[in-house]
Design a binder for this molecule. Structure first.
Ligand code: G6P
Length: 611
């Protein structure tokens, strides 16, 4: 989704802005632009449709210099991707430039109002209204104009603002869209995400909702919507920029798949207290756990699939009914939820608009709300409260398709299931301890599962031209298949669909014929016989089968599939975490074999901060 950068200081702004935009490019975008306030006090703008290289080429032809500027990567919501619709946008005088993430919901009404006052619009974007609005409200002090505009703007926004009448200042403001600011040694920065400013400063401030910041070479001032000065909370970023770089891998996605053993370990460590019943890390008391009537897990995309996994394991170990739902549906269906119920929001970024809205619905109805989130300081973590957030320690995830974040979300689900089961007495403390020992052994097994890459590379090259792929499984393997199908379609654009294996004969089997590929996951011994019958049904229709199974189940599967990928033996509840690795690698290898832009698939955004 859109990215914002801003700089003010003593250096040339353009290279700093471009470096920042490059670091944000993983979020997905379709055009980019910069606005720079030159020494002569004029704002110069350069923008281009397409990749950042296009903008770089333009800037090469017509360089723009100056020591303050804003930049943007746009992911179109209002108006097609084009040079004209790319940000920054200016008011009619060209003296106020704006970059924006989010959606101005009342942009039509504002556009009408501004047109009546003589404003002429040149783009189709909702953002342009902000530039004109600020101009009409401006009476010599941009901070005051922004505060007035906040009272008129509806929707979500993170805005970076440049004003030629106040050349020594850079402004930004946020409402429901993230914004980070930092200041160091006579320079100040704004960004929609930390990597964009990490090479300049590690001490950052996450603006709170409806806060605005005024940045200058002297530092930063933060104000609330009434204009009252606020004391900013600094957050020290401990991770390195190298964790947001490719580190020798061909793609971020591959690097992040390979980081999963470490991510598993880092996420488990703070929850492995040594005390058999030490569940202090879980923001649910034993009393609350025993009183729970239902759990709702709500999320989007990959995080939703982690929720489906959570439904299976929590119901199994803690014997509580669990509902997993996608946030965009949940938020609008007047959900039935109340006290003695637990709502778990799952989000890698902590910024997904639908997940945020869904958790507000649950909160309003009296449920206890907690979150599983990968980003400290994100909106969801703050909204729920950091004490109610279970952080996954996957590290920064750059590839649009989520891999290591999913892995840690699924691990977190397992840890919650064990904790709740133990606290409710539905799982013995010994069994809980045994499962924790198994989790401690996972990283080493995950390393082994990564060794399937070579075979999958070869296999993908033989099936890369398939047009349809089905993923089937039962129980936890079905939850996994949903994620595997999403991964494949996201990165390789192959039409893929997941089905509960037992459901095949209720429709999808009509599509099975020679040439179709079915990827079957078999990690659950108690369901193996049933699954093998399904494989025979598939084979009888002439489709090709790639089966994924545990080492200790291999002998039963040989002869039932055209090709087999073997993962290390593991406990039934944990084996799916290993099986997901070859499934991710399969999607990755297919995308590479098909020549796709693996890390930035078309039309997709890493963080969907609008509805
Ligand atoms: C986007 C991303 C997905 C992600 C989903 C939810 O669609 O492309 O990879 O799973 O958003 O994001 P979240 O940050 O809430 O986990």
């Amino acid at each position: 989704m859109c990215g914002i950068v801003g700089y003010i200081g003593n250096r040339d702004a353009c290279p700093i802005l471009m470096e920042g935009l490059d670091r944000l490019s993983y979020r997905g975008y379709d055009s980019a632009g910069v606005a720079i306030l030159g020494g002569e006090g004029k704002i110069n703008i350069c923008k281009a449709k397409g990749r950042l290289e296009n903008l770089t080429a333009l800037l090469g032809e017509q360089p723009i210099v100056g020591k303050a500027g804003i930049g943007h990567t746009r992911w179109a919501t209002h108006g097609e991707p084009s040079d004209l619709n790319a940000h920054p946008h200016t008011d009619f005088s060209g003296g106020i430039a704006v970059v924006h993430n989010g959606i101005i919901e009342n942009h039509e009404a504002l556009r009408k109002y501004l047109k009546q006052r003589g404003c002429v619009f040149v783009s189709q974007t909702d953002t342009e209204v902000v530039a004109h609005l600020l101009r009409t409200l401006y009476e010599g002090d941009m901070k005051t104009a922004i505060i007035k505009a906040m009272g008129m703007l509806e929707g979500s926004y993170a805005l970076g603002i440049l004003c030629d009448a106040e050349p020594n200042r850079l402004f930004c403001v946020r409402h429901e869209s993230p914004l980070v600011v930092g200041a160091k040694d006579g320079e100040a920065f704004i960004a929609s995400d930390i990597p964009a400013m990490l090479s300049h400063t590690r001490d950052v401030v996450f603006l709170r909702d409806k806060e605005l910041a005024v940045l200058s070479a002297q530092g930063m001032e933060v104000y609330d919507q009434l204009g009252e000065a606020q004391t900013p909370d600094y957050y020290h970023v401990s991770w390195d920029l190298s964790s947001a770089e490719k580190g020798g891998y061909a793609h971020y996605m591959l690097k992040e798949i390979h980081e999963q053993p470490t991510a598993l370990q880092n996420t488990f460590k703070p929850r492995n207290t040594g005390d058999p019943q030490g569940y202090g890390w879980l923001p649910v008391t034993a009393q609350e756990a025993r009183a729970l009537r239902q759990i709702s897990i709500v999320a989007c995309g990959t995080a939703y699939h982690a929720g489906v996994f959570g439904k299976y394991v929590i119901e199994k170990l803690a014997r509580i009914p669990v509902m997993a739902d996608v946030a965009s549906e949940y938020r609008y269906r007047d959900p039935v939820i109340g006290t003695d119920e637990l709502f778990i929001a799952v989000s890698q970024s902590g910024e997904t608009a639908d997940t945020l809205a869904a958790l507000r619905e649950a909160k309003q109805r009296g449920a206890k709300v907690i979150a599983i989130c990968n980003v400290v300081g994100s909106t969801i973590a703050r909204e729920v409260g950091e004490q109610n957030t279970l952080f996954t320690y996957a590290g920064p995830e750059i590839a649009v398709a989520s891999t290591k974040a999913y892995m840690t979300q699924v691990e977190m689900m397992l840890l919650i299931a064990i904790a709740l089961g133990d606290m409710r007495g539905t799982l013995s403390t010994q069994e809980a301890q045994r499962l924790r020992r198994e989790i401690a052994a996972l990283p080493a097994k995950a390393e082994k599962a990564l060794l399937t890459e070579e075979k999958l590379q070869w296999y993908a090259s033989t099936v890369s031209q398939k047009k349809h792929v089905f993923f089937v499984g039962r129980g936890l393997d079905y939850a996994l298949s949903m994620e595997a199908a999403l991964k494949l379609k996201e990165v390789s654009y192959v039409f893929s669909e997941a089905y509960a294996a037992g459901e095949l004969k209720h429709g999808p089997i009509a599509l099975l014929q020679e040439g179709r590929l079915v990827v079957a996951t078999l990690t659950q011994p108690q369901l193996l016989e049933k699954s093998l019958s399904n494989l025979r049904e598939i084979k009888a229709r002439g489709a090709t089968i790639l089966a994924l199974c545990r080492e200790d189940m291999k002998d039963r599967v040989v002869g039932e599939a055209d090709e087999i990928i073997v993962i290390p033996s593991a406990d039934d509840l944990l084996a799916p975490l290993l099986a997901v690795i070859p499934l991710q690698l399969f999607a990755y290898c297919m995308a590479v074999a098909r020549g796709c832009d693996v890390d930035k698939p078309r039309n997709l955004a890493k963080s969907v901060t609008v509805e």
